[in-house]
Design a protein around this ligand. Structure first.
Ligand code: PSU
Ligand code: MN
Length: 337
C-alpha cells in the first residue's frame, strides 16, 4: 500500500481542533534574568501608564547630560511612569534611575541592539540599548508604549552594504508601539518604509486635522517632510491607542510605529540639512565607519557641521515624542483598565 495520503484518508481525518480560547492578556511572565524596578513593577500591577525609554540616546546620542532627568520629569508630568531600559553591569534592567544612567555613561557602555544583549549580560558589562534592544526588554516586562527620537532604518546605499538597522526587524517581531520622529534624514526613507511593509509593521503618522484629506509625509526627523507618503495616519492619541489594542486583540506579536512630525517651530527644512547629511554620509563611508559605528559617527558629524544647532532640535523632538507616548499610554490604560 502506498503510504501517501489519498483524498479518502483526508476525509477520514478528524477536523483540525480549533484553538482553545485563551484569556486575554497583554503580558507573559518576564524572564528570570530581567530586573524590573519596584516602581515599574507597581505600575504594571496597577495599570498605571508606563513609557519605555531607550538608553542609547544617553550613552551614544551626543545630547546633553541633563536629558535623562528631563525626560523622566516629562513622563511623570503626564501621570505616567518612565521605564528606561538598558543593561547595568550585565543586568538587563527595566526602570534605570537617572543615577544609574549617569554611572553607565561615565564608565562607558556598549551600544546594545538585540544581538548584543546576551553577550553583555554574560560578561557583566553596561549596555545602552538601542530601539531594538529596548523593545526586547520592554516587551519582556509587558510595557506597550515606547517614546524616543529617531528610528534606525535602511542606510543610503543599503541595497549594496546591507546596512539595515536591527530596529526594523525588531519592529517586525516584537509588539511594542514606538513613537519616533520617523527615521533620520540621512537614511533611505523610501527603502525604510518598504522594509517595514515587508516586516508587517503598522506605520502611522500623526496628522491632526488632516485625516482623510490628502497624503501625509512620513517625517524625516529634523524635517516634517521626506517626500515619501506615510502608509497610515492617526488623528490623535486615542486613535493610536485603539490601534495598539486592536493589534493586541488580534494576537499579533509584530510591532507598531507611530511617527510624530517634529514641532513646526524646530523643523529644519530638508534642503538645508541635505548638504550637511551628504558630507557626513560620504565621510563615514570614506573613513570606514560601518556596522553599528555608522549612526553614532554620522550623528556626531551632523552636530559639528550644524555647529550644535542639531542638538536643541534633537532634544525638542525627543520630548515631543515622549509626551505623545505618555498620552498614548494613558489612553491605552483607560481602554484596558
Ligand atoms: N536617534 C538619535 N540618536 C541615537 C539613535 C537614534 O538621535 O543615538 C540610536 C537609536 O538607539 C537607534 C540606533 O535605535 O541609533 C540605530 O542604530 P543603527 O543605525 O546602528 O541600527
Ligand atoms: Mn546598521
Amino acid at each position: 500500500r502506498s503510504p501517501t495520503l489519498t483524498p479518502r484518508h483526508l476525509f477520514r481525518r478528524r477536523p483540525l481542533p480549533l484553538p482553545r480560547p485563551r484569556p486575554f492578556t497583554t503580558t507573559t511572565p518576564p524572564p528570570p534574568a530581567l530586573r524590573i524596578s519596584p516602581e515599574v513593577t507597581a505600575a504594571l500591577a496597577s495599570n498605571t501608564p508606563l513609557v519605555a525609554l531607550e538608553s542609547t540616546i544617553y550613552t551614544h546620542g551626543a545630547l546633553s547630560p541633563s536629558l535623562p532627568s528631563h525626560l523622566d520629569a516629562l513622563v511623570r508630568s503626564h501621570g505616567a511612569v518612565p521605564a528606561v531600559c538598558g543593561i547595568l553591569a550585565g543586568v538587563p534592567t527595566v526602570g534605570l534611575t537617572p543615577d544609574e544612567i549617569a554611572l553607565m555613561t561615565r564608565e562607558g557602555a556598549a551600544k546594545a541592539s538585540r544581538r548584543d544583549l546576551a553577550l553583555l549580560a554574560a560578561r557583566g558589562e553596561h549596555g545602552g540599548t538601542t530601539i531594538s534592544g529596548t523593545m526586547v526588554l520592554a516587551r519582556a516586562a509587558g510595557i506597550r508604549v515606547f517614546g524616543t527620537g529617531g528610528l534606525g532604518g535602511v542606510h543610503r546605499g543599503g541595497e549594496r552594504s546591507m546596512d539595515v538597522s536591527a530596529d526594523l526587524t525588531e519592529l517586525g517581531r516584537t509588539r511594542v508601539a514606538v513613537v519616533s520622529s520617523g527615521c533620520k534624514g540621512f537614511l533611505d526613507v523610501g527603502r525604510t518604509l518598504e522594509f517595514l511593509e515587508t516586516q508587517g509593521v503598522v506605520v502611522a503618522t500623526f496628522a491632526e486635522g488632516r485625516e482623510g484629506g490628502g497624503k501625509v509625509d512620513f517625517p524625516a526627523f529634523w524635517a516634517r517632510e521626506s517626500g515619501v507618503a506615510s502608509p497610515g495616519v492617526v488623528k490623535d492619541e486615542i486613535e493610536a491607542a485603539a490601534v495598539i489594542l486592536a493589534q493586541e486583540r488580534l494576537g499579533m506579536e509584530s510591532g507598531l510605529l507611530f511617527a510624530n512630525p517634529i514641532p513646526e517651530e524646530y523643523a529644519i527644512p530638508r534642503a538645508e540639512m541635505e548638504a550637511v547629511i551628504e558630507t557626513a554620509v560620504r565621510e563615514a563611508e570614506e573613513m570606514g565607519f560601518t556596522g553599528n559605528a555608522n549612526t553614532p559617527y554620522i550623528l556626531r558629524r551632523i552636530k559639528e557641521l550644524t555647529e550644535g544647532r542639531s542638538v536643541p532640535v534633537n532634544k525638542a523632538l525627543v520630548k515631543a515624542n515622549v509626551a505623545r507616548a505618555a498620552r498614548i499610554a494613558t489612553e491605552l490604560a483607560k481602554m484596558t483598565g
